[in-house]
Each structure stands twice: as structure tokens, then as C-alpha cells.
Ligand binder design. Structure first.
Ligand SMILES: [Zn+2]
Length: 313
């Protein structure tokens, strides 16, 4: 089972790293969508990047990463929960011409310069003081990795480097991040006790080593071997891995709630034209189907709960 994120620190230097590999969890996403390869691979890279970002945060809830596009791709979206589950989808513009295999990310989402990158943190806490937080920046960069690197520098002031790759079978990402200095000195790390030398070159050295990784190595080697291949001379402090999995939290109850919001009149007008109301989940592609009897039950229940509804029967 390689669907997991592995976190580590470079001993004696303010540098942290993470490697995420998605095999089965990514193939779940791939199997549920019909996407041009170039779009699928960018979604895989964004999935890996979002899970890397989520693992750097001490946060309980959902993190949603989106690229709003003005080109053939209207939206990339990845949602990661603290429990290690994630889901991802893409919305293509219907009128768009066929997408060439070598389409750049900018041509997909920033054709007219109106692309945006959005990160939302939605705390899953009962406390009303914990409001969702959203960061929005204009699209900037030639790759998903560059987009995320610029976002992290701009919004978090954290120098961050990412190496991402995805194909039909795997999505993988490596992150290196320079931790903030404390009062002009590098932040404390696992081994920066008094008397220990601070490894001032650690950040540059780790980046140079990581730059030697190839796309093919990322897509084929187990995560331990990737780290071994890159950092075998370095002293890394490893943390426990977190398992990751695909999960969609859509449900019949949620769709029922949505149909109630639409209202009886709207539902009746759909039923006048077709046999049933059908709602497909964008994330997992599940089809929720409600025939006229199901629909009548939805509104009967809602009616029973409404004030004064007792007179209707
Ligand atoms: Zn779903």
C-alpha cells in the first residue's frame, strides 16, 4: 500500500520535506472521469500538491484547492480531509475545441489571463469562531509545481519547492520547505540543540539533490527508494506516515436536501419532461436517481415537518 504521505526533517537545518504517493487512490479518481491525458495528469499533480500542502498544516477540517480557469478547463478542484481522505474533479468547458496532448497548463486555465488559484480551509469544528479561510491569487506559473511554489512564497512567506508527476496509474509529489527563522536564527529542528552546528547550506543542498530526480523515477519508484536515491548522504528525521485514500462524502440524503432547496415546482417541471430526476456527483460520478414516487416522498416528508402542513392530508 503506497497511498501515503511521508514527512521528514533534515537534521540540523530548518528544512522539512514530504513525499506523497497515490497509486490506488489516484486510480479511483482516474476511473471515474473521462479526461484528456494532459488534463488528467495536471489533476494528478494538483492532487499530490494539495495533499502535500495539507500535510504541512496543523489543521482539522477540509482543505480545498482550486484552479479556476478561463480556457478549456473551467475548474480543477481537490478536497483533502484531515483523516487522509481526498477527492478530485475537473470541469471542462463544453464548447471547447479538442485539447492537444501537449497543451500547457497556462493554455488550459489562463487563456485570457483570468485564471485564479484558490485555497480554502474549512474547519470541521462546532465552534462558530472558526470561520472558513480563503486565499486567492492570480494564476502565475508554467506548471502546477510553480503555481504552488509562488503561492506559498506569496501567502505564507515560506520558500517551498515541489516536484510533481502524474500519469494514468500514479500521482506523486515531493516537497521541500525552508522553515521560518526565529529572530534571525534558523528555526529549531530535531537536532539543533545548543552546541550543535547549524547546517546553513542544508536548504540549497537539498534542493540541488532533489533537482536530479526524473519524472520516470517519480512515477515508478517506491517513496523510500526515491528518498534513498536523492538523500542517501543526508541525515533525515522521519515521522510516522499518514495513509491516504479516495473517498467521496456525497450521499442520497445530501441530494434530497438539494432537491428540497430547488422546490416542488422545479422538480415537477423536470418530471413533466423525463421519467426521473437524476443528479450525478461531479467527484465520484455516482448517479442519484429519484422517480416520481421518490420525489413525492421527499416533499411529503418536508410538508409534514412544515407548520400548518397537517391540514394538507
Ligand atoms: Zn460523490
Amino acid at each position: 500500500m503506497t497511498d501515503r504521505v511521508h514527512r521528514f526533517l533534515l537534521r540540523g537545518a530548518p528544512v522539512r520535506g514530504e513525499i506523497v504517493t497515490l497509486d490506488e487512490a489516484w486510480r479511483e479518481v482516474v476511473a471515474r472521469h473521462q479526461l484528456p491525458a494532459v488534463v488528467r495528469d495536471r489533476l494528478g499533480e494538483l492532487s499530490a500538491a494539495a495533499l502535500l500542502l495539507a500535510a504541512t498544516l496543523k489543521f482539522d477540517g477540509a482543505m480545498i484547492v482550486q484552479i479556476h480557469g478561463d480556457g478549456p478547463v473551467a475548474l480543477f478542484v481537490v478536497e483533502c480531509l484531515t483523516d487522509g481522505s481526498y477527492r478530485a474533479t475537473v470541469k471542462l468547458r463544453e464548447s471547447a475545441a479538442p485539447i492537444p496532448d501537449d497543451a500547457s497548463l497556462a493554455s488550459l486555465v489562463n487563456a485570457d489571463g483570468a485564471g485564479r488559484f484558490v485555497v480554502t480551509l474549512d474547519p470541521r469544528s462546532e465552534s462558530p469562531s472558526r470561520q472558513p479561510w480563503q486565499g486567492i491569487v492570480p494564476f502565475d506559473g508554467d506548471s502546477v509545481a510553480e503555481l504552488l511554489e509562488r503561492y506559498m512564497l506569496q501567502s505564507e512567506q515560506l520558500p517551498t519547492r515541489l516536484w510533481l508527476a502524474a500519469d494514468s496509474r500514479r500521482a506523486v509529489g515531493l516537497l521541500l520547505q525552508r522553515l521560518p527563522d526565529e529572530g534571525g536564527k534558523p528555526a529549531a529542528t530535531a537536532d539543533s540543540r545548543p552546541g550543535h552546528e547549524i547546517d546553513v547550506d542544508g536548504w540549497n543542498r537539498m534542493q540541488r539533490l532533489a533537482e536530479t530526480i526524473s519524472r520516470n523515477e517519480l512515477l515508478t519508484l517506491p517513496p523510500e527508494q526515491i528518498l534513498q536515491r536523492l538523500f542517501w548522504q543526508e541525515s533525515l528525521h522521519a515521522f510516522d506516515d499518514q495513509g491516504l485514500r479516495f473517498a467521496c462524502n456525497c450521499s442520497r440524503e445530501k441530494v434530497v436536501g438539494m432537491l428540497r432547496m430547488l422546490g416542488r415546482e422545479e422538480i415537477d417541471s423536470i418530471l413533466a419532461e423525463r421519467e426521473a430526476v437524476e443528479v450525478r456527483c461531479d467527484f465520484c460520478n455516482e448517479l442519484w436517481r429519484f422517480d416520481p414516487v421518490d420525489c413525492a416522498l421527499i416533499f411529503a416528508t418536508a410538508g409534514d415537518l412544515a407548520p400548518g402542513s397537517a391540514t394538507r392530508h
